[in-house]
Design a protein around this ligand. Sequence first.
Ligand code: ZN
Length: 336
Amino acid sequence: MNNITSTIPWYPWLNTIYKNITNVLSSNDHHAFILCTPSGMGIISLIYKIIQWLFCLSKIDNHICNICTNCILLNNKYHPDIHIIQKEKHQTSISITLIRQIINILYQNSYKDKGKIIWIPIAEELNQTSSNGILKILEEPPKNIWFFIQTQHINTLLPTIISRCQVWKIYPPNEKIGLHWLTTQHLISVIHKNEYLIALKMCHYAPINAHKLLQNNLWSKRQSLYVTFLHALKYDIMELLLVLNNVNILILLDWIYIFLIDVIKVFYKINIKFIYNIDQTDILYQVTKIIAIKKIILIINKIMFYRKILMIDNINHMLIITRLLLSLDKIKQTTS
Ligand SMILES: [Zn+2]
């Protein structure tokens, strides 16, 4: 696919899915798609390219021309017939008022008569009423309307919506493809070869998230977090207070969680290829020597419990982190 003039990034793992969906679109009258996929996969690029294919004035097979008016507009992520439905900043969910406004627009003529797109980037933002509004359009769609609904959790959608759509589950690319892409990206700092794989694993193989993680200044603090964690386990758990009192507390807790899962794997001598932190085997091994595995499991449970509390808006982070650490200390001190 030629996307030289496009401002939309393209990712190699999307090639097959793009081809498959455009094949479906050209061979039958499916007009509604649910794309169920984790974040960090570049699905926005995929949807723009599919819309470009639908609207292109001189496409050949799966290939867009890239030079017609519609292609040029879409290369700049704009087209008057794309209607993106998402909640406003001050709202908790997508309002029915917005859906009604869109329904009115759907019956007006489209630019170059190519049809219209309804795109819901986060289906989780639909509430019961707005879901019913969408269902109504899906039940009796005007001619040449295509739906693209993105979700990470298909079960958050009404079964009646799901049954009217074609569902595409899109999984992260395999390790080889993800690693190859990641190592060819520009990064601001020098990254050790192992770290590409570690970041990829920590992001559940979603390459774009792994790239963002490696770009984040926080990444360079990963090693010292584990060293401090080991020291705190040995001597005083409160040593973690200053490290964890950070705006990125949720990420740091995720890292400790993954680290502790690795400790369990090391204890049970599980093959190193299943370990996330392959560059931390020394520290992982040391942890298995200073604390019992049953205590590690209790610590993991506490971390998960307090992580949920930390996600509540306007919660006092310092207070919750202190409570977490006190509970970890209690586990550490238990003699049984
Ligand atoms: Zn075109």
